[in-house]
Design a protein around this ligand. Structure first.
Ligand code: 6PG
Length: 227
């Protein structure tokens, strides 16, 4: 089941989702949230930093990442680095609540470490760590987190985290795997942008190459889109 929320433009998508997130966090005592990377979250983080930095009790929030590039946090490619620039430096969140994937460490070791961290920190259901919410993006090739079409088997990987690689650049990534993503209590795709419209249509209409897109295999998600 896919729920669609459509807004006039990308900033409106970010604004609406930010307001939704404020309510979701206000309604619970602890909120385990996995963030996506890339450029889309910048709009969301700007909205949160500029309008909601004081409206959220950040001590309730534990931040994780859905994926991370295997680079140091100071690298321009780092999802953590982008999040620090656009959000973390503007909010009062305890450092112990920010669970960074260590992109600078050997990938296999970090995938193992982070998977264990999730098992240690998150509620478990059937042995799977359960996020309260996972925010995802989608690439124009239908990838999500760092599960790309050429490694679609990561959807069924037995462990919470795995090492992935970008299909063009070969850049290594740490990524949450499909079972963890699908086990989350709520899953939200933020996918503004005309360059993804064709893939979105295939996924929502169940046509074309939809089954080759990892994002198509994430069930029960809410999709926040622009017109
Ligand atoms: C990453 C992301 C990735 C991203 C999509 C969309 O590390 O790149 O986690 O899955 O969400 O590639 O990226 P844009 O938001 O930049 O279009």
């Amino acid at each position: 089941m896919r729920t669609q929320h459509t807004f006039p433009n990308p900033p409106a998508v970010a604004e609406a989702f930010a307001a939704y997130l404020v309510e979701a966090i206000a309604s619970v005592e602890v909120f385990h949230l996995a963030l996506s990377g890339g450029s889309t979250p910048k709009l969301l983080f700007d909205a949160l930093a500029q309008q909601y930095a004081q409206s959220i009790d950040w001590s309730k929030v534990h931040l994780y990442w859905g994926d991370e590039r295997c680079v140091p946090p100071t690298d321009g490619e780092s999802n953590y680095g982008m999040t620090d620039d656009r959000l973390l430096q503007f909010i009062d969140i305890p450092t112990e609540n920010v669970h960074r994937m260590r992109g600078e460490d050997p990938p296999m070791i970090e995938a193992q470490r982070y998977g264990q961290l999730l098992i240690d920190h998150l509620p478990l259901k059937g042995g799977l760590p359960i996020f309260d919410m996972i925010i995802l993006g989608m690439g124009a090739d239908g990838h999500t987190a760092s599960i790309f079409p050429h490694q679609i088997d990561l959807l069924h990987h037995p462990r919470p985290c795995a090492v992935a690689s970008h299909p063009e650049t070969g850049q290594q990534r740490i990524t949450l795997t499909g079972r963890i993503i699908n086990a989350a209590r709520s899953i939200h795709f933020l996918v503004p942008g005309a360059n993804k419209k064709a893939v979105l249509k295939e996924i929502f209409n169940g046509q074309g190459k939809d089954r080759t897109y990892p994002a198509a295999w994430i069930e029960n998600a809410e999709w926040w889109l622009d017109e």
